[in-house]
Design a protein around this ligand. Structure first.
Ligand code: GCB
Length: 654
């Protein structure tokens, strides 16, 4: 951040912190209230997408407070000053040529005017405004009335706006969003503002945003914004868990309804041919499916990602009208178990051969982009990858849907990345972290692709408060979802890691021959073997190599291999792989390359227009390492799966 902001950090924090503390309406530490079902059309629900061009203004005023002081939300944004066009969804940083906007810190304002269909304005109908995500702290008004605020940049939030739009049917519905990307020691991820007071070196009121994570802190409305309707009595949440033997599966369900206590519920589970395979009624029960088609990971079965469809129908009497709500949830039947040496999906050993990703691309930053999403899934399948970790924050629901559908297994990570400062282990941070896990599990609990929660990446787990912090956080996560294992990803030495006792699977990152002993590929076998043996001897838990990698600048060649060349990246892979091949016969249950694609970071002396550890470039072209990995992943898949050869060749030509 290079902008001088009179009022600087004090002004920003005065503005941000009172807002975080004062209104516990949605964010803060109040806990996740109600359901957060993905908005889907149904006979009783309509949906209107609000993507496109929105009006936008960054508040460059001293202290960044003009928008609140002048109440920009009360009038159309164009009436309170100049506006520019801003795409939604997208990060705002890379859209213009203005370096001040690229590196902006503080409040930005978005606005969209929408016309609602007349039929949405009747009684007994609920109109909901939903954001897939907006980074980092959001305050939302409709027609000048505040409807929701939310802390956290990667999870959805919504507001019932019926009373506002139904009270003023003449005017278009004006949606105003104020968004603040400031990170503090208590946000997730954490950060801090540093105010540079040395007037001989910095201008007045100069400050920088410090972060301890390695990706650009893109900000904006990153995921779809939609308006959707439900009846005023509606299905608020559905929770499904599954168990199975070979011949019969049990789908346990729980449905919550809001708006009335007098309602009836009927459920039917259909297979992919549309045949009803089980029915039920009431808010909780068990559906039995004989000869179930299980949900299998990609390359583990010829029909991966099999999903049934659970249609939930609610009927209620309200104001002398019969209201009906229908919601259909995809359901995958599968089980997950962890032993001291294995990760079992449907009782069979599963080996994670996959990647770590980022939501990141040219121009759009972290904004959802369908072309990129589908391209990435094609590359994953081309590679023979069966899994990824959502490093280092929850990914879009649209991405998770495709993981469910294609059978790509997910380690679902929350934004607990860069937790390094002692104050980020305090009660305030912990309370917020608990809420984030509630929001994440509420969103993703029904996804068969999600097989494990990751509560953090590379925290300072050696610090004394880390013990209580992770004990509490992991216990809370298990309480919310007893069906999935929990981990966090560590780079702390096995002997001093205070969080590791509480995880089910050890996920360890290491960069031998890169950050340690740079240039010395020959140390890898010894150091990596010792790493695995030390962790296993200490904990007797299965281990995933959750990161390993080397930067390579595409087109840079060197033989013998030197750092940053494509050859070095390949050679590093081969050294790691030879150790994985020995240890996967014992207790190593996975390998996830860092990283799937090059991605943007803050500027620094070790970053060349971002992090270059991708096996694909940022534009998704393969580097040499991608071919090495592809050969390996297909070999592992062929050894361990029972796919018919025709299926394999079909997939190869995706
Ligand atoms: C890590 C981090 C990841 C970084 C990577 C690197 O350990 O978990 O976020 O990008 O190393 O390339 O430095």
């Amino acid at each position: 951040m290079a902008a001088a902001a009179p009022g600087g950090v004090a002004g920003l924090c005065r503005l941000l912190l009172p807002l975080l503390a004062a209104v516990p309406a949605a964010g803060g530490s109040r806990g996740a209230v109600g359901g957060m079902l993905y908005p889907r059309e149904s006979p009783s629900r309509e949906l209107k997408e609000l993507g496109g061009v929105w009006s936008f203004r960054a508040d460059f005023s001293p202290g960044r407070a003009a928008g609140f002081e002048q109440r920009w939300y009360r009038r159309p944004l164009r009436e309170t000053g100049p506006v520019i066009d801003m795409p939604v969804p997208a990060s705002f940083n890379d859209i213009t040529q203005d370096p001040n906007l690229e590196n902006y810190i503080g409040w930005v304002w978005y606005e969209k005017e929408v016309l609602l269909p007349q039929r949405w304005l009747q009684d007994n109908l609920r109109v909901v405004l939903r954001f897939g995500s907006a980074h980092y702290y959001s305050v939302v008004w409709v027609n000048g009335v505040q409807v929701v605020e939310h802390e956290g940049g990667h999870l959805p939030f919504e507001a019932d706006i019926s009373s506002i739009v139904q009270g003023s049917p003449q005017i278009p519905c004006r949606i105003t969003v104020a968004l603040n990307n400031t990170l503090t020691p208590h946000t997730l991820p954490p950060g801090s503002i540093e105010y540079m007071n040395d007037r001989t070196r910095y201008p007045k009121n100069y400050f920088v945003q410090n972060i301890r994570f390695d990706f650009f802190n893109y900000a904006g409305i990153h995921r779809p914004v939609v308006l959707y309707t439900t009846p005023s009595v509606y299905i608020d949440d559905i929770t499904v868990t599954t168990t199975s033997t070979e011949s019969v599966a049990k789908v346990q369900y729980q449905v919550s309804v809001v708006g009335s206590t007098f309602y009836s519920l009927s459920l039917s589970l259909r297979d992919q041919e549309g045949r009803v395979v089980a029915t039920g009624d009431g808010p909780a029960g068990v559906l039995k499916v004989s000869n179930p088609n299980l949900w299998w990971p990609y390359l583990m079965h010829e029909n991966p990602g099999y999903r049934y469809f659970l249609e939930v129908k609610m009927q209620a009497q309200a104001n002398e009208a019969l209201l009906e709500d229908v919601y259909t949830l995809p359901v995958g039947i599968r089980t997950v178990h962890v032993t001291s040496t294995q990760f079992l999906i449907n009782g069979k050993p599963f080996y994670f051969h996959g990647v770590n990703k980022h939501e990141d691309a040219d121009i759009r930053g972290k904004g959802l982009d369908w072309a990129l999403i589908v391209k990435d899934f094609n590359l994953l399948r081309w590679l023979g990858a069966n899994s990824f970790r959502t490093s280092h924050y929850p990914y879009a629901e649209e991405i998770m849907d495709l993981c469910d559908a294609y059978g790509i297994v997910v380690i679902d990570e929350c934004p607990g990345v860069g937790i390094k400062m002692p104050e980020s282990f305090g009660n305030k941070s912990l309370q917020h972290h608990l809420v984030v896990m509630e929001e994440l599990i509420r969103r993703d609990k029904n996804r068969p692709s999600v097989v494990m929660w990751s509560v953090a990446n590379e925290p300072a787990a050696e610090l004394p408060p880390a013990a209580y912090y992770f004990k509490t956080l992991i216990a809370h996560t298990k309480g919310l979802d007893p069906t999935r294992p929990v981990t966090f990803v560590t780079d702390t030495n096995y002997a001093v890691d205070r969080g590791a006792p509480y995880v089910d699977v050890i996920c360890v990152n290491s960069y031998f021959s890169w950050y340690h002993d740079p240039g010395h590929l020959e140390v890898i076998p010894l150091q990596l073997t010792a790493q695995f043996e030390n962790w296993y001897k200490t904990y007797q838990k299965p281990i995933i190599q959750s990161e390993y990698g080397a930067d390579s600048v595409p087109g840079l060649h060197s033989d013998p291999p030197l750092m940053f060349s494509e050859e070095y990246q390949k050679a590093m892979l081969r050294e790691y792989h030879s150790v994985f091949d020995k240890k996967r016969k014992e207790y190593v249950i996975g390998e996830l390359i860092w990283n799937f694609a090059d991605f943007m970071t803050n500027q620094g002396t070790t970053r060349v227009l971002g992090n270059k550890k991708g096996i694909f470039t940022r534009q998704r072209q393969p580097k040499s390492a991608a071919f090495v990995l592809r050969e390996r992943y297909w070999k592992i898949a062929n050894e361990s799966s029972c796919l018919p050869p025709i299926m394999k060749s079909h997939i190869l030509f995706l």
